[in-house]
Ligand binder design. Structure first.
Ligand code: HEC
Ligand code: HEC
Length: 245
């Protein structure tokens, strides 16, 4: 009897202090897609997503021939590209500001996430636990092994193989709330050199597709990660019709 009473008191105290645990949140089953979109945002810019400052020094693995310096060189995309193909992909041109000469991560599609996790902790990558927690490494490794997309069939010579008419319906029911019907409600540049959705997507359709699939790090932007690749590409095709200025 007494034990029962203590248990009730303990449960009440726990519920008061940790309502999210006792309330059943601990039982929520996490889907693979959730880890993919979280990992995709970390791949894009983990510092921005986790509100953490990467080391100030240029990443030791970043080649001197690359054009970036400092914190930006700790972003996965800085070395492996928006199409995940590194030197063999869209940024393989030595004149490109994204060129690093480093190979892509495509070979890791379909492999074991645990093995990919070990790569990120290695002496080459140097993502120590104070930079990326176990949970972040897990999401990244699920992204690397389950979340990459072969973009080549969809973006050919800068042209997008999607149906802009179909994409418009998604844009005008989802994206317009934040980006505006003309894609100009958010300025990614500054007052002097504004950049809007249309121009951004035309300038780098691989980046736009990555963000459509995985969201924008550190922002409340939604993702179309659960929708078909066809739909994601249709939306991308529509973005290319939006005005530059
Ligand atoms: C500063 C550059 C740099 C950054 C940033 C970087 N990597 Fe790498 N990565 C490399 C280099 C160099 C290799 C080794 C390539 C080789 O073996 O030739 C590599 C290899 C890999 C591989 C194995 C590829 C293969 O086929 O062997 C994976 C997976 C990988 N990186 C994932 C990531 C992820 C995820 C991030 C972000 C958390 C990241 N990398 C950030 C430079 C970088
Ligand atoms: C809840 C608001 C919200 C919604 C809904 C939303 N976005 Fe965004 N989006 C943002 C914010 C905020 C940014 C980052 C702005 C910045 O970096 O200044 C962003 C950035 C982007 C970028 C990156 C542009 C660049 O080059 O930096 C793309 C591409 C994009 N959004 C596409 C879309 C598409 C397509 C949809 C609909 C499927 C969508 N967004 C829906 C808020 C939203």
């Amino acid at each position: 009897m007494e034990r029962q009473g203590i248990r009730t008191i303990v449960a009440a105290v726990l519920a008061a202090c940790f309502p999210w645990v006792v309330g059943g949140a601990a039982e929520i089953e996490i889907s693979e897609k959730h880890l993919v979109v979280q990992g995709g945002k970390l791949y894009d810019n983990w510092g921005q997503e986790l509100k953490k400052r990467p080391p100030r020094e240029t990443h030791p693995a970043y080649p001197t021939l690359g054009k970036k310096k400092g914190m930006d060189t700790w972003r996965c995309k800085a070395c492996h590209g928006w199409d995940y193909r590194g030197k063999d992909g869209a940024f393989g041109d030595k004149g490109s500001e994204h060129y690093t000469g480093i190979k892509g991560i495509r070979g890791w599609m379909g492999q074991e996430p645990e093995k990919a996790a070990a790569i990120l902790r290695d002496a080459n990558h140097r993502y120590t636990p104070d930079l990326l927690s176990e949970a972040s490494i897990k999401a990244l490794s699920v992204f690397v092994t389950r979340g990459q997309l072969e973009m080549e069939p969809w973006i050919v010579d800068g042209k997008v193989k999607g149906d802009a008419q179909k994409g418009r319906v998604f844009y005008q029911t989802i994206c317009y709330r934040c980006h505006g019907l003309d894609g100009k409600k958010i300025n990614f540049g500054d007052e002097k050199e504004p950049e809007y959705l249309g121009g951004a997507a035309r300038g780098n359709p691989w980046e736009a597709l990555h963000k459509i699939r995985n969201g924008q790090p550190g922002e409340d932007m939604i993702t179309l990660g659960a929708m078909s690749v066809e739909t994601q590409v249709d939306v991308l095709a529509y973005l290319l019709t939006l005005p530059e200025k």
